[in-house]
Design a protein around this ligand. Structure first.
Ligand code: C2E
Ligand code: MG
Ligand code: MG
Ligand code: MG
Length: 281
């Protein structure tokens, strides 16, 4: 097709690009509707203590299941919501629903919530978050927020103030996707981070790929020396779990340990095992 369209650098894209623009406009429209009717909901993925049946928390993951499109991945609709200036709205919708679910659970399980970088440029963010928690009678200590390094690129002073205000209310902050291009060491010197989450690209095959093994071992040592706790993301295999256990990684998350699921699944787990938040050693 490219060859047929000859030297004209534009014409060869005409068809597909036209289709793509139409498809994107349709997706935008569907997303606006989904936000308006509240069709984006929180699911929850368990975070476990590694080496014991002790539940440490859950990560809130936004889910959009469209009647026509089916499951639309967050990696598609989150960036789109950002571009459309709708991320605050999406975020408040999902956080509000997550708080409602968490307030109804039989045990005070902490939950982690992802924030987009541009929300970190809004000095009112802590007030808005705490207002939503308060509406559901939840203390700040139930919430942990997850940010990436991109969060501080906009304005480091605003980011610092946000983290400080949240910390005062007992909200902890973790650095997500640690080790990837968007999350480096610099942020650890710029913000008072409590926790890091090692990106799943390092965990996949960590037991048999020496480079990954060394990087993860190094990150665990770094975190320990900085007094930070660590979650390993994306654990899919027993061997990966064993590797992390041997190196005293505190917390783990991944399909091996539990899939993202609706709030009812978490409620059931907590109801079935009332001792599940206790330290399993
Ligand atoms: P993230 O914050 O790093 O979330 C972890 C992602 O890894 C989730 O993808 C989760 O389903 C996936 N995951 C967990 N365990 C495994 C595993 O063992 N194997 C594999 N292959 N994947 C695993 P998900 O739900 O598709 O979300 C993708 C990203 O979208 C998230 O990455 C986060 O950056 C963003 N996101 C999701 N929900 C929200 C939200 O409410 N607000 C914002 N701002 N971003 C969100
Ligand atoms: Mg996350
Ligand atoms: Mg992550
Ligand atoms: Mg991610």
């Amino acid at each position: 097709r490219a060859k047929q369209s000859g030297r004209d650098g534009w014409s060869r894209f005409d068809g597909p690009l036209g289709d793509r623009q139409r498809e994107r406009a349709a997706l935008e429209q569907d997303l606006r509707v989904a936000l308006a009717i509240g069709a984006i909901t929180p699911w929850f993925q368990p975070i476990w203590a590694i080496g014991g049946r002790s539940l440490r928390g859950v990560e809130v993951l936004a889910r959009w299941i469209d009647p026509r499109r089916g499951f639309v991945p967050p990696d598609v609709f989150i960036p789109l919501a950002e571009e459309l200036g709708q991320i605050e709205r999406l975020s408040e919708l999902v956080l509000d629903r997550a708080c409602a679910a968490a307030a109804a659970w039989p045990l005070p399980l902490p939950f982690s919530f992802n924030l987009s970088p541009r929300q970190f440029a809004d000095p009112n963010l802590p007030r808005r978050i705490l207002e939503i928690l308060g509406r559901h009678g939840l203390p700040g200590s139930r919430l942990e927020i997850e940010i990436t390094e991109r969060a501080v690129l906009a304005d480091i002073d605003v980011a610092r103030r946000i983290v400080r205000d949240l910390a005062e209310a007992g909200v902890r902050v973790s650095l997500d996707d640690f080790g990837t291009g968007t999350s480096s060491l610099a942020i650890l010197t710029q913000l008072p981070i409590d926790h890091i989450k090692i990106d799943r690209s390092f965990i996949a095959g960590v037991d048999r790929l020496p480079e990954r093994g060394k990087i993860v071992t190094g990150v665990l040592a770094l975190a320990e020396s900085l007094g930070l706790s660590v979650t390993a993301e994306g654990i899919e295999r027993d061997e990966e779990l064993r590797f992390l256990q041997q190196r005293h990684c505190a917390r783990g998350q991944g399909f091996l340990l539990g899939r993202p699921q609706p709030a009812e699944g978490i409620a059931q787990l907590l109801a079935d095992e009332p001792g599940i938040l206790q330290d399993a050693g």
